[in-house]
Design a protein around this ligand. Structure first.
Ligand SMILES: [Zn+2]
Length: 278
């Protein structure tokens, strides 16, 4: 091998070995579901990492082939969610696990979910295959909001999924606001009071999209600090926090939506309800 080539290879090896790992983050030990996943004998993990993310995948899988893109996607998700939250830094390592199917997810975490977040152990578990896009940003939003802000006030539990779906941003090929506009035009969204009080009874898609679009409106109109205020102090206090009546908020959200989406949208709700958002 020519000498210059050898030097090149050694240099690039050194560059790979000396990735800029944050020393504070590197000192953190793995716990909880993350530790269990790493110890799970049914999985032979490979990993790649950047400063704040370690991505685990199995050789020869769809996620394995896309690992560089998935690593960048996770890294970008962290920085975008921090902007949403108006926070400057997430000071833990995020562990991102990829499997290829719901069955594998069941083997890994005992649930057939397509995504799961553990904010206590700073990890997310995701299904990715050619037929299913992973909701990495959704689960990463759970880790950052619950991990950094703590659990919401009991009257703001509707926000937990809302912030995650808003940050993920889309479902199938449609934006959150396009689907909200479609649901609204079909009179499928009840008054805001019902969203706040009966989130779980509105149906997963309707409730999630409604919450996400309304949170986007609050974030864009009033700023991140008001989203946090509402999260911590409770939706029971929304009229004081946003200095507006609930009726007025509903009207303002509808005109925000019209402004965001216009009237030229065509959303296949049936496909969403049949196949989900992946
Ligand atoms: Zn979620």
């Amino acid at each position: 091998m020519p000498h210059y080539l050898r030097i090149l290879i050694i240099t690039s090896l050194i560059a790979t070995l000396s990735l800029p790992i944050n020393p504070e983050a590197a000192a953190q030990s793995v716990t909880g579901l993350v530790a269990q996943a790493l110890d799970n004998p049914d999985f032979d993990w490979n990993s790649i990492r950047c400063d704040k993310v370690i991505l685990y995948y199995q050789a020869g899988t769809f996620a394995g082939r896309h690992r560089q893109a998935l690593l960048r996607s996770a890294e970008l998700a962290i920085s975008e969610v921090l902007v949403f939250m108006n926070e400057s830094e997430y000071n833990r390592i995020l562990h991102v696990f990829y499997v290829g199917s719901r069955e594998e997810m069941n083997t890994l975490v005992g649930r057939t979910y397509t995504g799961l977040a553990t904010w206590t152990a700073s990890g997310v578990f995701l299904v990715s295959n050619p037929e299913w896009r992973s909701f990495d940003k959704h689960e990463i939003t759970h880790v950052l909001t619950m991990g950094m802000w703590g659990a919401p006030d009991s009257t703001s539990r509707w926000m937990v999924e809302g912030v995650a779906i808003y940050n993920d941003g889309w479902c199938r090929e449609y934006s959150v606001d396009e689907i909200a506009a479609e649901l609204l035009s079909q009179n499928k969204l009840p008054p805001l009071e019902r969203l706040f009080a009966n989130f779980r009874e509105l149906g997963e898609i309707n409730a999630g999209i409604y919450a996400a679009s309304f949170i986007g409106f609050i974030r864009e109109t009033y700023g991140a600090d008001k989203v946090y205020d509402l999260w911590k102090n409770g939706t029971a206090d929304i009229e004081r926090i946003l200095d507006s009546s609930t009726d007025q908020l509903a009207k303002s959200w509808k005109s925000y939506l019209l402004n965001e989406v216009g009237d030229d949208f065509d959303v296949d709700l049936e496909a969403i309800n049949d196949k989900g958002c992946g």
